[in-house]
Design a protein around this ligand. Structure first.
Ligand code: ZN
Length: 471
């Protein structure tokens, strides 16, 4: 059900995009033939590693060698040490990555998707903007929580590859649970996604491209990596005290190899030097923290602290930058690096370009804007309170909208693991941060109805097969 308020807001948003983004409208109406030229026409490879918390990468301080390729890429580029995703829910967070907007703005706010929480067909994305600049656009996704029908994230993509979801007999296939397979109706393994993406790259005839590759392997373990003698062997260490954590490492190492294969292919094809590579994640994973091993119910740092790395010819080498940034900054930063004309950037984008931060350092960063996140999943699935958070400087408020006595305030500098709730010591600061959340949401409402047994059975079965629907 769309609330009247939300409808009004969407109309306002649509109007402001049309008025403020005349150039965008111009090429949208021209069927994409009227090109908006960018100054620095590089290819863009956006890699999202689903469920990857930043602190499991070597370049973010992890002690095990499970991310050698990502670490090497970080060493060749700029790494943001403190990036927070805008949600712990896959489609919600990815919509923020692709639009540069917080969830209350782009409107994708649930895991189940469908109307009204699906991206509007005429809503801009990084893909619509780059397509308008003459780019060929393609996405290779690896899991059901991003499929076009439910979430609308295919806006602007010439190719949106999700054949694992489309080519199978659902009822029959879901019975066939076998972790050694390359795909099931809910997800596919990274090597298969890679094969398809590499085929697409090889089949191209030239011109700039925007390629988004999404890997789902480190998400809950239902498909496991193959063993490749001499290249990729793994063993679970004994005793099996923490198999979840050990498999997380194994699957991350596998994804790291997939990224190596993909980037090597760019160089084999002669386009590596001309490609801006961006590596990030949509959210983390609890594993052993806060007694919650998963991601969707919570917004602690293990759920929202994600890696963010930019690599390319015009990007400085080996910079690691502090300062709070968000996934909404990714799209504006890519557009800025490409020299996309400022007047063509939609007014509704909330993120900022991070290029001045690496060009001019802390002086450009000043007082960075607060970073917002949300999850409606507790409400959507269990009828519990949705959760919101905001980080301003080192202080972070986690607000439970319908059970405010549970609200938590943390000082991320003194207590990065969020073990000491200081809300009773700093109640005025907590109120200040609550007001920031309210101001940002600006009257938009989240009227998610809790799930019922009558809900789409296929969706529920698919979600269950991915490890959801458990608390
Ligand atoms: Zn995800």
């Amino acid at each position: 059900m769309i609330s009247a308020l939300r409808k009004r807001f969407l109309k306002y948003l649509a109007a402001s995009i049309i008025v403020a983004g005349m150039l965008v409208s111009a090429f949208a109406c021209s069927g994409g033939r009227e090109k908006i030229p960018v100054e620095n026409e590089m290819n863009v490879l956006l890699i999202t590693i689903d469920t990857l918390r930043a602190d499991r990468l070597g370049c973010y301080g992890y002690e095990k060698p499970v991310s050698r390729m990502i670490d090497a890429l970080a060493g060749r580029g700029v790494q943001f040490n403190d990036c927070a995703s805008q949600s712990s829910v896959t489609p919600v967070s990815h919509a923020s990555i692709l639009t540069g907007q917080n969830p209350y703005r782009h409107g994708v706010r649930t895991l189940k998707g469908g109307e009204p929480y699906k991206l509007d067909r005429d809503h801009f994305t990084l893909a619509t903007l780059l397509k308008g600049a003459g780019y060929e656009t393609a996405a290779f996704i690896s899991a059901m929580p991003l499929v076009a029908e439910k979430f609308g994230l295919d806006n602007g993509f010439d190719v949106y590859e999700q054949s694992f979801y489309e080519d199978v007999e659902f009822e029959q296939e879901l019975q066939n649970v076998d972790s050694r397979r390359k795909q099931n109706p809910a997800q596919r393994r990274g090597d298969l996604t890679n094969e398809l993406a590499i085929d697409w790259l090889r089949g191209r005839e030239g011109g700039p491209f925007f390629l988004w590759v999404h890997y789902f392997d480190v998400h809950e373990t239902y498909l496991v990596p193959p063993m490749i003698p001499g290249e990729f062997m793994y063993e679970i260490e004994k005793p099996l005290t923490d198999i979840h954590s050990q498999m997380y490492d194994v699957e991350l190492r596998f994804v790291d190899l997939m990224i190596k294969n993909l980037v090597d292919e760019l160089y084999r094809l002669g386009v590596g030097r001309d490609t801006l590579i961006v590596i990030t994640s949509d959210h983390g994973q609890g594993i052993a923290d806060h007694d919650y091993p998963y991601h969707t119910m919570k917004l602690y740092q293990e759920q929202i602290h994600v890696p963010l790395i930019f690599v390319g010819e015009s990007i400085p080498s080996g910079l690691k930058l502090d300062g709070r940034v968000g996934s909404i900054d990714i799209a504006p930063t890519i557009l800025d690096v490409l020299g996309y004309p400022k007047q063509g950037i939609p007014a509704g984008i909330e993120g900022r370009s991070l290029r001045p931060v690496w060009k001019e350092g802390a002086r450009a960063d000043g007082a960075p804007p607060p970073v917002y996140s949300e999850t409606s999943y507790p409400k959507e699935i269990f009828g519990e309170s949705p959760v919101f958070s905001v980080i301003e400087g080192d202080l972070k408020l986690i607000a439970y909208a319908e059970s405010q006595s549970e609200n938590e305030l943390f000082d991320l500098s003194a207590d990065p693991a969020e073990l000491k709730n200081i809300i009773s010591e700093r109640p005025e600061k907590a109120r200040e941060l609550e007001k920031i959340i309210a101001r940002l949401q600006d009257g938009t409402v989240l009227d998610v109805e809790p799930a019922t047994d009558e809900d789409d059975k296929e969706t529920r079965a698919l979600l269950r097969s991915l490890g959801y629907l458990n608390k």
